[in-house]
Design a protein around this ligand. Structure first.
Ligand code: ZN
Length: 384
């Protein structure tokens, strides 16, 4: 109980500190990011190597093992073993999961029991600090500054809905609170401090607080690797409502992408059967740029996006990297021939296109204007 009270006091003081920053730099706020969210097995123990602070107190240096037993946290290491109720707040140190590489994080890591034996980790990190580790995972660090800056603005825009005005001691129960980001590609890949690079950090700093809006709301900041010549309308690939700024634009700047194409690949009837439950496919309708909208699969009707996702999830994403493809084959063929262009879902910013535009001297603003017509870059997220 004493620990819980301590936790509240700690958070209170942080909030006072950050509140000043919020007023001066309206983009700042806290993001909760679930760590190790991609592990196949539940996270049952963790190693933390010092120096680090636990509950604001310096902890004896060395490697400590943390595990959960009967919903209590146990620490064993170079000093006296310790037992805790509720959440622990960690600052600094190097974290290592049973299977992963060491990770370091800015901000605070909240360590809490989840169920009788499982650990649940949330990194509470300032938005701008989160982006420092995020952008290098989304775009190569040696790409031109204007492209990196466009990516930083999109990444910030995507994170804004998850901003919390303050840290919270408790999250709602269950596997994941709906307002918590994951560190896997299910949201945006986030590997912590070791992923930061000088050029991507500069891109985040240069665009500090900037997000992309339409009608004063943060946009659906979609992006993909390579459009292959034209992006598509969001409602065709995903779901309504149609976003006026995501209706597809021509892109002649992604031709340096290795995915530009056209490329062809054979997918065997057996693999199709495994991924889709049938090897009898027919594209019934495509959008004007060749992304299938409706595909008959045996006696079922699937969207092009569904077919593409199922193929990727079952056979691996390298087989058919793009949802822009044509099919040749029939129910009696041993294989279908897929001819594809590009990589990714084809909506929003084409990253290789942004690179090409930047190489030709276009600015960050011009790049964003092209892929998201009618939008505006503003300083600071609304309602903060
Ligand atoms: Zn493109």
């Amino acid at each position: 109980m004493r620990r819980r009270q301590f936790g509240v006091g700690l958070l209170g003081s942080l909030w006072i500190t950050s509140r000043c920053s919020v007023q001066a730099q309206p983009s700042l706020g806290w993001l909760p990011v679930e760590l190790f969210s991609r592990l196949g097995d539940p996270l049952t123990h963790l190693e933390v190597t010092g120096p680090f602070h636990l509950e604001r107190q310096p902890f004896p240096s060395g490697s400590w093992r943390i595990h959960v037993h009967h919903q209590q946290l146990f620490l064993s290491g170079p000093g006296q073993p310790r037992r805790y109720q509720g959440s622990l707040w960690l600052e600094g140190g190097e974290l290592r999961s049973p299977t992963g590489e060491p990770r370091r994080y800015r901000g605070w890591v909240q360590i809490r029991p989840q169920g009788p034996e499982r650990l649940h980790l949330i990194n509470w990190v300032q938005l701008e600090d989160y982006l420092l580790a995020l952008v290098p995972g989304e775009m190569p660090a040696d790409w031109p500054a204007a492209a990196l800056q466009a990516q930083a603005i999109l990444a910030r825009t995507l994170a804004v809905p998850y901003l919390q005005p303050s840290l919270r001691t408790e999250l709602t129960g269950g596997a994941r609170a709906a307002d918590t980001l994951r560190d896997s590609t299910a949201d945006q890949f986030y590997g912590g401090l070791t992923y930061e690079t000088a050029s991507t950090t500069a891109a985040v700093r240069e665009t500090q607080g900037q997000i992309l809006t339409y009608g004063s709301e943060p946009i659906a900041a979609l992006f993909h690797s390579t459009c292959g010549g034209h992006t598509s309308a969001n409602q065709d690939i995903f779901a309504p409502p149609a976003r006026p700024y995501l209706q597809g634009v021509a892109c002649e700047w992604c031709q340096d992408s290795p995915f530009y194409g056209p490329h062809t690949v054979q997918v065997s009837a057996t693999d199709l059967e495994q991924a889709l439950g049938s090897s009898d496919l027919q594209v019934l309708q495509s959008d004007p740029w060749g992304r299938p909208l409706r595909i008959r699969v045996g006696s079922r009707l699937l969207t092009g996006q569904e077919v593409w996702l199922r193929l990727g999830q079952t056979l691996g994403w390298g087989i058919l990297p793009s949802n822009r493809f044509q099919l040749e084959g029939s129910a009696t063929s041993a294989a279908y021939r897929f001819t594809y262009r590009g990589a990714g879902h084809g909506v929003g910013l084409c990253q290789w296109g942004a690179r090409g535009l930047a190489q030709q001297g276009f600015s960050t603003q011009q790049i964003l204007d092209h892929y998201f017509p009618g939008t505006q870059v503003i300083e600071g997220a609304p309602n903060l």
